[in-house]
Design a protein around this ligand. Structure first.
Ligand code: C2E
Ligand code: CA
Ligand code: CA
Length: 858
C-alpha cells in the first residue's frame, strides 16, 4: 500500500453537514491528517470522535475557539474516558492535565500532570504534531500514531481539539483510541535476519510528503548499519537515528518515494562512508517496512559467487528453487553438455536426463558423498554418467538451487573396466580363472540338485613356447588372441571359455553331458586350432592338445574336475599332440607320482642325493681296461637308488640338469685323477647343458681345478646336441676339442640321420647303441649296420665302442667286425666308486694295463 492523500474528516460530505459549524476561516478542512481511506464511512454517526467533534463545533466559543469549560463541563459522557486535557504554555511545554482511563491505557501511563515529553516517544511526537497543527489552524487535528508493544503494532488515532480558556496557556482536548491491532512478525524472527529491517511510520505529512519517520521497530542488523542498537533506535525519529551516520540523505529518498506513492515496493540505493545500502520499502497499511542491505557485502558476495560460478572448471547449473527453470549455467557446464548458453538457458532440466545411472557401475564413492548419480545426454548425443551435488542458496535474495555436476563417465567406465578386468583375461577378453571357477561351482551345484551333467575341456597349445621364443612375445600374444577367437567362435552360451594362463585355455560345456558330444566338440576345436595362423605375414601352425573330464561321470568335486581334465590333457600331449583324451582313473596316480618326483628331485639337487657309478670300458682286442663311464644315480631317501633314465629327462624338463651335470663332472674328475693316467673318464653331457651356456668354461675350470689332463676326459653327447641349435652346439664342441677334450657320440644309430653326423664333427669315439648290439647274433641287418658304422668311423679315425655287450657271442661278432672297445654286463655293470679301485687293481694284476698305469696305481 502506498501513501496517498487521505480524505479529511469532513462533516457535511456525508450529509451531516448541518451538524457542523462549517469550515474554519482559512478554508481548510476541519482535520488534516493521515487516515485510512473509508475510515469515516465505516463508523456510525454515534462514533465517539464524531460526537466529540460535533460537540466541539456546537459549544460556545471564545476568541473563535470553543470554551474549555463549556465543552468539558457540558458533559462528555463516556467520551470523557477517551480524552485528556493538555495545557501548553508559551514556552511550548505541554502537560497532560488529566486523562480518562481509556486514554491512559492507550498511552500506557498515568497521565496526571505528566509533561508530554515523558510519554512514549511515538505518542509524544504524534501529540505534539497534532497540537501544533491544531494550534496553527484553530481546528481539530487528527494524527495517526503507530505504537509497537510486545511485538504488536497498534495504530492509535489521536485528535487534538483546540480550546480557549481563561487560564494561562493554550488548552487542548486530546482524544485517543486504538484501531484494530496489527500483528507484526515476531521480533525474534526479524532480529535473526541478516538483512536490516525496520518498520517506520511517516510523521507530519506535509503537502503529501512526510517530514520525518518514526522508527516503530528495527532489528539488530539494521541498527548495526547505523552504528547503534535496536534498543536505542526503537521509537526514535529516523532523522535522529541517521544523524551523523552519513545516511541522512536516505530520509529524503524515503520521503520522495513515499510522496511519489510509486507502488507497493520501492527500491533505493544510498551510499555513505564507502558503504552502500540497498533500501527496499514496502507499505503495509500506513507502516513502511524498510529492508536495508549492505550492497557492499552483497556485491562482494555476488562477485565471489560469480567468479566461483563463472570461472569454475567444475560444471555448475543454477536452477530456481522448484528445479524447473535454469537460471544460469557456467562455461564448464556448457562445454560438458555442448550447448550454447541461450540454448541451455531454455532447457527444461529434464531435457538433460538420459535415465538413471546403471546401479551396478554407479560410482559408489560419489553416492556415499551425498551426490545424486544420473545419466545425462549432451547436445551431441553422448551419454554421460554424472553425479549432481545440489545446494540451496539465495541468489538476489531469492532461493535457488546450485547444482554442481561431476562428470564420472570416465570413472564409471574405469570402474566398469575394473569390474571387467576382475573377471576377464586382459589379453583375449575371455573369462578368467575366477569366473571359470565360479561357473564351475554353479554347474556342479546344479548337478547336486539333479541338474544335467557337463564336460570340462582343458586346452593347451602344442609348441607355443617355441613360437614365443623364436618370434617374440608380440607374435605370441597375437597367436593367443587368435586362438581365443577361434575357441569363442565355437562356444555358445551357457558354455564358458576361459584363459587360465599362458597358452592354457579351458571350457565348460554345459551342453555336452555325455562323452560323445564332448568328443565331437573336442574334434571341432582341434580342427579349428589346427588351421594355420597368419602373424606378421608369416604362416604359423600350432596344434592343440585337449583333456576332457566329465561331471558327474568322473567327479563332482570342484578341485578334482579341473585336475582330471588337466591330467587328461597331459596324457594327450605326451601321446601325440593335436588330440584329445578323456580322463582315466590311473592318470591321476601316474601324474601324482610324477609331481611328487619333481618335488623330490628339486630337493635332491639341494640336498645332493646323487652318486656316481662307474662302468669299465674294455679294449675288445686285448681285453684291457681303457677307462670308465660315469653314470649318475639318485639315492632317494625312501625309494632307494633311482636310475638316470627315470630322472634325467625330468631334470632336463624342470631345469635342474645343469646343476646335476656340473656335479657329475666334478665328481668324475675328482675320481679320475686318482686313477692311472692311461685311464679315461667318460661323462655324459645333456643337450640342455649345451643350450644353458657356460659349458666350455665349466668343463675347462673343472679339469683345471682337479688337474685332470684334458685328453683323459671324454664328453659323451647324443645326436640331439647336433639336432638342435646345430651351429652353436658344433661351436661348443669345437672349443671343447680345442681344449684337447675327447668327444664321443653316444647311442649312435638311434637318432635320425645318423651317418651324416659323422661328417659334421670329428668325434673321437662313436658308441653303437645297445639295441644294435642286442640283435647282433640273430639279426643280420643289425650286424650289417654295425659293420657299416665301424667301417665309416674307422675311416674317419674314430674309436668305436659297442654298448650293452652281454654275451660272448656278441663279443665274438664285435671282435670279428674290428670294434675297438666295449661296455656291458659281460665284463661289468656300472659299479660304485668303492669298487673301482679293486677293478683297476684286477686289470693291473692281469698285466693288461699299461706299465705306467700300474706304476701310478701302485
Ligand atoms: P648311456 O649313456 O647309454 O649309459 C649306458 C646305460 O646302459 C647305463 O644305464 C648302463 O647301466 C646301461 N648298461 C650298461 N651295460 C649294459 C648291458 O650290458 N645291458 C643293459 N641292458 N644295459 C647296460 P643307466 O646307468 O641306467 O643310464 C641310462 C642313461 O642315463 C645313460 O645312457 C645316459 O644317457 C643317462 N645318464 C647316466 N648318467 C648320466 C649323467 O651323469 N648325465 C647325463 N646327462 N646322462 C646320464
Ligand atoms: Ca653314455
Ligand atoms: Ca649309450
Amino acid at each position: 500500500m502506498g501513501f496517498r492523500e487521505l480524505p479529511a474528516i469532513e462533516e457535511g460530505r456525508d450529509g451531516h453537514a448541518d451538524e457542523t459549524t462549517g469550515p474554519p476561516a482559512d478554508g481548510r478542512d476541519a482535520v488534516t491528517s493521515l487516515d485510512p481511506p473509508g475510515n469515516i464511512d465505516t463508523r456510525t454517526e454515534f462514533d465517539d470522535l464524531r460526537v466529540l467533534l460535533r460537540k466541539w463545533r456546537t459549544v460556545p466559543r471564545y476568541d473563535g475557539l470553543p470554551i474549555y469549560e463549556e465543552l468539558v463541563l457540558g458533559g462528555l459522557g463516556r467520551i470523557a474516558d477517551e480524552v485528556a486535557v493538555v495545557r501548553q504554555l508559551e514556552d511550548g511545554c505541554a502537560t497532560l492535565m488529566r486523562a480518562g482511563d481509556a486514554f491512559a491505557a492507550i498511552v500506557e501511563c498515568d497521565c496526571h500532570g505528566r509533561p508530554l515529553d515523558r510519554l512514549a516517544h511515538g505518542f509524544q511526537l504524534s501529540i505534539e504534531l497534532a497540537l501544533k497543527d491544531a494550534r496553527r489552524t484553530g481546528a481539530p487535528s487528527l494524527q495517526l500514531c503507530q505504537a509497537a508493544q510486545d511485538g504488536m503494532i497498534s495504530t492509535v488515532e489521536i485528535a487534538a481539539l483546540p480550546l480557549s480558556s481563561r487560564w494561562e496557556g493554550a488548552f487542548f482536548l486530546l482524544f485517543a483510541r486504538a484501531r484494530e491491532r496489527q500483528i507484526e512478525l515476531a521480533n525474534l524472527l526479524i532480529n535473526s535476519m541478516p538483512e536490516g529491517i525496520m518498520a517506520l511510520s511517516a510523521l507530519d505529512r506535509k503537502n503529501g510528503a512526510p517530514t520525518d519517520f518514526l522508527i516503530l521497530s528495527i532489528n539488530e542488523a539494521a541498527a548495526r548499519l547505523f552504528g547503534s542498537t535496536s534498543e536505542a533506535l526503537r521509537s526514535a525519529q529516523l532523522s535522529s537515528a541517521l544523524a551523523g551516520t552519513g545516511f541522512e540523505g536516505c530520509i529524503d529518498k524515503l520521503r520522495d518515494a513515499v510522496s511519489r506513492g510509486n507502488g507497493h515496493a520501492v527500491s533505493l540505493e544510498c551510499s555513505a562512508n564507502g558503504k552502500s545500502l540497498q533500501i527496499g520499502i514496502t507499505a503495509t497499511g500506513s507502516i513502511l517496512t524498510v529492508t536495508l542491505t549492505d550492497v557492499g557485502v552483497l556485491k562482494a558476495r555476488e562477485t565471489l559467487f560469480r567468479s566461483m560460478f563463472d570461472d569454475n572448471p567444475v560444471p555448475m547449473v543454477l536452477r530456481d528453487s522448484g528445479g524447473r527453470a535454469v537460471l544460469d549455467v557456467n562455461d564448464a557446464a556448457l562445454r560438458l553438455y555442448r550447448y550454447d548458453r541461450t540454448q541451455f538457458l531454455k532447457l527444461e532440466p529434464e531435457a538433460l536426463l538420459h535415465g538413471p545411472s546403471d546401479p551396478v557401475v554407479r560410482p559408489l564413492t560419489a553416492v556415499e558423498a551425498g551426490g545424486n548419480p544420473k545419466r545425462h545426454r549432451t547436445a551431441d548425443g553422448r551419454v554421460l554418467d554424472v553425479v549432481e551435488y545440489e545446494r540451496e542458496i539465495a541468489v538476489g535474495g531469492r532461493p535457488a538451487v546450485l547444482a554442481t555436476i561431476i562428470d564420472v563417465t570416465e570413472r564409471t567406465r574405469a570402474e566398469a573396466q575394473i569390474t571387467f578386468l576382475a573377471h576377464h583375461d586382459p589379453l583375449t577378453g575371455l573369462a578368467n580363472r575366477t569366473v571359470f571357477t565360479q561357473t564351475l561351482e554353479t554347474a556342479l551345484g546344479r548337478i547336486q540338485s539333479g541338474g544335467a551333467g557337463f564336460a570340462v575341456i582343458c586346452v593347451d597349445l602344442d609348441g607355443f613356447k617355441l613360437i614365443n621364443d623364436t618370434l617374440g612375445h608380440d607374435a605370441g600374444d597375437t597367436l593367443l588372441v587368435n586362438v581365443g577367437r577361434r575357441l569363442q567362435a565355437l562356444t555358445r552360451a551357457p558354455d564358458v571359455i576361459a584363459r587360465l594362463g599362458g597358452d592354457e585355455f579351458a571350457l565348460i560345456l554345459q551342453s555336452c553331458a555325455g562323452p560323445e558330444a564332448a568328443a565331437g566338440h573336442a574334434d571341432a576345436l582341434i580342427e579349428a586350432l589346427d588351421q594355420p595362423h597368419w602373424i606378421d605375414g608369416r604362416e604359423i601352425r600350432v596344434g592343440a592338445s585337449l583333456g576332457i573330464a566329465l561331471a558327474p561321470t568322473h567327479t563332482t568335486d570342484l578341485q578334482q574336475i579341473l585336475k582330471f581334465a588337466d591330467l587328461a590333457l597331459y596324457r594327450a600331449k605326451q601321446d601325440s599332440g593335436s588330440a584329445f583324451r578323456f580322463f582315466e582313473s590311473q592318470m591321476d596316480r601316474v601324474v601324482g607320482e610324477r609331481r611328487q618326483l619333481e618335488m623330490d628331485l628339486r630337493r635332491a639337487v639341494i640336498e645332493n642325493e646323487f652318486e656316481l657309478s662307474y662302468q669299465p670300458i674294455i679294449a675288445v682286442q686285448t681285453g684291457g681296461l681303457r677307462g670308465f663311464e660315469a653314470l649318475v644315480r639318485w639315492n632317494h631317501p625312501t625309494r632307494g637308488s633311482i636310475p638316470p633314465g627315470k630322472f634325467i629327462p625330468l631334470a632336463e624338463e624342470i631345469g635342474v640338469i645343469g646343476d646335476i651335470g656340473e656335479w657329475t663332472l666334478r665328481e668324475a674328475c675328482r675320481e679320475a685323477v686318482t686313477w692311472p693316467d692311461s685311464l679315461i673318464i667318460a661323462v655324459n653331457v645333456s643337450a640342455r647343458q649345451f643350450s644353458n651356456g657356460g659349458l666350455v668354461d665349466t668343463v675347462a675350470a673343472t679339469i683345471q681345478a682337479f688337474g685332470l689332463p684334458a685328453q683323459r676326459l671324454e664328453v659323451e653327447i647324443t645326436e640331439s646336441v647336433l639336432l638342435n641349435g646345430t651351429q652353436d652346439n658344433i661351436g661348443i664342441l669345437r672349443r671343447l676339442r680345442d681344449l684337447d677334450i675327447r668327444i664321443a657320440l653316444d647311442d649312435f644309430g638311434t637318432g635320425y640321420s645318423s651317418m651324416g653326423y659323422l661328417t659334421k664333427f670329428p668325434f673321437n669315439r662313436i658308441k653303437i647303441d645297445r639295441s644294435f648290439v642286442a640283435d647282433l647274433e640273430i639279426d643280420s641287418g643289425s650286424r650289417a649296420i654295425v659293420r657299416a658304422i665301424i667301417g665309416l668311423a674307422t675311416g674317419f679315425g674314430m674309436d668305436i665302442t659297442a654298448e650293452g655287450v652281454e654275451t660272448v657271442g656278441q663279443l665274438e661278432v664285435l671282435r670279428e667286425e674290428r670294434c675297438s672297445e666295449l661296455q656291458g654286463f659281460l665284463f661289468s655293470p656300472p659299479m660304485p666308486r668303492d669298487n673301482v679301485r679293486s677293478v683297476i687293481d684286477a686289470y693291473l694284476g692281469s698285466g693288461e694295463v699299461e706299465r705306467d698305469a700300474i706304476r701310478q696305481a701302485g
